[in-house]
Design a protein around this ligand. Structure first.
Ligand code: HEM
Length: 402
């Protein structure tokens, strides 16, 4: 994928194989049991070896079992130390209770709704419009590279109060984040570079505080506890994989649906009240993250399945989001569904800290496309644009004309 003249390859890496429609497999597995002892990659006919291939491996598939897994204190997030933790350092994502709750409370106090609204009005909405307008001016474009990928990266720059051009540097780092599952050594120099960058940033914000996230984190205290510099740096490093990699994939899938379903596009264009429902139904129907890892810290029972300590457990939000006991006709993308809480953003102690931000960014993306690119359609030579991938979803490309 070429973004603003620079070649990025990373959306192919974690997608793993050309799995276009994993849902029949999820359905078949879920019918066998809510929790199964299986090698998920083998079920999809995929090979390759990963860090935990030599231990017993379970997949969690039904909606109630997925919720229970997200809330289970027997399942540890320390598993992330082998992936993202190589680049972020010890962040809240890889911590267990009670250490996690204490740190998360202080970090969360900086994510005030007022700050979110300031970023949305001051930056995210105008930036989405600017990117969509550039495509409109050219008369054609590729909406993953030109819009969906850039907006969350640029939003992080705005939140951190750093120059907008730094989004390119963030994108480079972001590429490495998702390769560490396969090549841990690739993460080491990036951990250092990002650390130096974030440390310089917080030194500057300490001297000149503003309304940016680094300044808010420096000022945050809960029960008299302030954050250490290391805690802030590690959290800021987490923002890229947690916030940008996920949101850009969600926005890409949303735009694919918009382009593939002119009936739905016409409805949302005529009734902007449907924008948030379009976003929420996208996030239910095909969420960006299909696998959330855990390691069993002790023996446990999950929905009637005994899982021994030391097992690798894959929580499958996408399988849960198509559980027919919760969503009738789950494969149908339906704007008239009653609001329910999909498994997309997790649940329990590690429930996504940025879910409102992600929804706002996707809403801004959709509004910008409806405003700036009315009549947009797939380019005649677009080929076969499709959603694919197993661990994380990617869109092969969205070449459009208007
Ligand atoms: C945690 C999904 C966007 C920040 C999580 C978790 C999921 C998730 C499933 C739980 C992981 C676990 O239990 O192991 C998503 C999706 C997003 C998204 C699908 C986009 C569509 C964002 C954004 C931010 C963010 C924009 C930026 C602030 C975080 C953080 C955590 C987290 C900091 C860790 C929370 C903790 O460990 O207590 N996210 N996320 N996410 N997310 Fe998001």
């Amino acid at each position: 994928m070429k973004v603003d003249g620079t070649e990025f390859v990373h959306d192919d890496i974690l997608a793993i194989g050309d799995v276009r429609d994993p849902y029949p497999v999820y359905r078949r597995l879920r019918e066998r049991g809510e929790v199964l002892e299986i090698d998920l990659r083998a079920e999809f006919g995929l090979g390759g070896e990963q860090t935990f291939d030599r231990v017993r491996s379970f997949a969690v598939l039904s909606y109630p079992a997925v919720r229970a897994a997200f809330n289970s204190t027997a399942l540890s997030n320390a598993v992330y130390q082998n992936y993202l933790g190589i680049v972020t350092g010890p962040s809240i994502l890889e911590m267990d209770e009670p250490e996690h709750a204490a740190l998360r409370k202080t970090i969360a106090s900086a994510f005030k709704p007022s700050a979110l609204q300031t970023w949305m009005d001051g930056f995210i909405r105008p930036a989405a419009h600017e990117l969509a307008r550039a495509v409109a001016e050219h008369g054609h474009g590729e909406l993953v590279a030109d819009l969906a990928f850039q907006l969350p990266m640029r939003a992080i720059c705005a939140m951190l109060g750093v120059p907008a051009i730094d989004w390119k540097r963030f994108s480079r780092w972001s590429e490495v984040f998702i390769t560490v599952a396969y090549d841990p050594s690739a993460g080491v120099p990036v951990e250092r570079e990002m650390g130096e960058y974030m440390r310089a940033l917080i030194a500057e914000k300490r001297a000149n505080p503003g309304e940016d996230l680094a300044s808010l984190l420096l000022a945050a205290t809960v029960d008299g506890r302030a954050l250490t510099d290391d805690e802030i740096v590690n959290f800021l490093r987490l923002l890229l994989p947690a916030g940008a990699e996920t949101t850009f994939r969600g926005a890409s899938v949303m735009l694919w649906v918009l382009l593939s379903r002119p009936d739905l596009a016409a409805r949302v264009a005529a009734d902007r009240g449907l924008v948030s429902r379009f976003v929420d139904e996208t996030l239910r129907w095909d969420p960006p993250t299909h696998n959330v890892p855990r390691i069993a810290a002790r023996d446990l029972d999950l929905a009637g399945t005994a899982i021994p300590a030391g097992s690798f457990v894959t929580i499958c939000p996408a399988a849960a989001n198509r559980d027919p006991d919760v969503w009738p006709d789950p494969d149908v993308f339906d704007l008239d569904r009653q609001t329910r809480s999909p498994a997309t953003f997790g649940n329990g102690p590690h429930h996504c800290l940025g879910y409102q931000l992600a929804r706002l960014e996707m809403m801004a993306t959709l509004e910008a496309v409806l405003d700036e690119l009315p009549g947009m359609r797939f380019a005649p030579d677009a080929g076969d644009p499709h959603i694919y991938g197993m661990a994380m979803r990617a869109v092969s490309g969205l070449p459009v004309v208007r």
